[in-house]
Design a protein around this ligand. Structure first.
Ligand code: NDP
Length: 239
């Protein structure tokens, strides 16, 4: 059955791969990111018709509210929500030296952003059912030196996901989290690759499409909720 899928952070990287896979499966996709042109360009590039690209900064409550108003007016009921919008300030290497504005920016985007978008989507899912996948991170599960605030945002998202899963289960809504390891996107473009690859048992970075596969699996699994699925080439075994 074709559903309306809303993908925050859908213009690039993992979110873009999720949007592509959802469109290939025959779903109508709303792609959102801060950059409106990029969101629209991705929506236009998707398989099939009637996809939509919108601008939305998930860290801003009024932006999220407006996006869902537009979605419900122009597209109808949300069936799937994917939260792939995220930032990682790579220069926050030493926690004690982190600037407050960078910490807040990471927390507001990665944690509060998904909390706000879930609320927006639930307003229509509560009466029709649906499925949500939040994108966390292996470092939210295992921690990583140099990524204290980023890890905190992702660990918080895991707690939120599990609690929400319990809270909305009776409404036929599944809420799960996919926790990627090192994936080849803009976010990891500046990383020292050789050093990172040495830590990954499968010996390579993952591709966005490989994360998208896991997201789709969870969206289409009606009896799985409150799960954390690591897509990390075994990184959690090594750390
Ligand atoms: P990219 O940097 O490639 O893409 C990030 C996406 O999020 C873009 O579409 C970007 O568009 C959007 N975005 C960023 N900030 C906001 C915001 N405030 N509001 C709305 N959209 C926003 O990142 P990835 O694809 O690599 O990451 C996707 C998710 O996966 C993130 O949550 C990240 O933390 C997580 N992750 C990634 C890993 C990796 O190795 N790549 C590993 C583990 C987790 P725009 O800039 O136009 O807003």
């Amino acid at each position: 059955m074709s559903r309306l899928a809303v993908v925050f952070g859908g213009s690039r990287g993992i979110g873009r791969a999720v949007s592509q896979l959802l469109a290939q499966r025959g779903h109508r996709v709303v792609v959102l990111s801060r950059n409106k042109e990029a969101a629209q360009a991705t929506a236009e590039s998707l398989h099939g018709e009637k996809h939509l690209g919108l601008s939305c900064d998930v860290s801003k409550e009024e932006n999220v509210q407006k996006a869902f108003e537009t979605i419900s007016k122009t597209c109808g009921t949300v069936g799937y929500l994917v939260n792939a919008a995220g930032i990682n300030r790579l220069y926050i290497y030493i926690y004690i030296l982190s600037k407050s504005e960078d910490m807040l920016s990471v927390l507001h985007t990665n944690l509060l952003g998904s909390i706000l978008t879930c609320r927006g989507a639930l307003r229509s899912m509560l009466s029709h059912g649906g499925a949500i996948v939040n994108i966390g991170s292996v470092v939210g599960v295992k921690g990583n030196s140099g990524q204290c605030v980023y890890s905190a945002s992702k660990a918080g998202l895991e707690g939120f996901t599990c609690s929400l899963a319990k809270e909305v289960a009776t409404r036929n809504i599944q809420v799960n989290l996919v926790a990627p390891g090192f994936i080849r996107t803009d976010m990891t473009a500046g990383l020292e690759k050789e050093e990172a690859v040495r830590r990954i048992p499968l010996g390579r970075f993952g591709e966005p499409a490989e994360v998208a596969q896991a997201v789709l699996f969870l969206l289409e699994s009606p009896y799985i909720t409150g799960q954390v699925l690591l897509v990390d080439g075994g990184l959690q075994l090594a750390s």
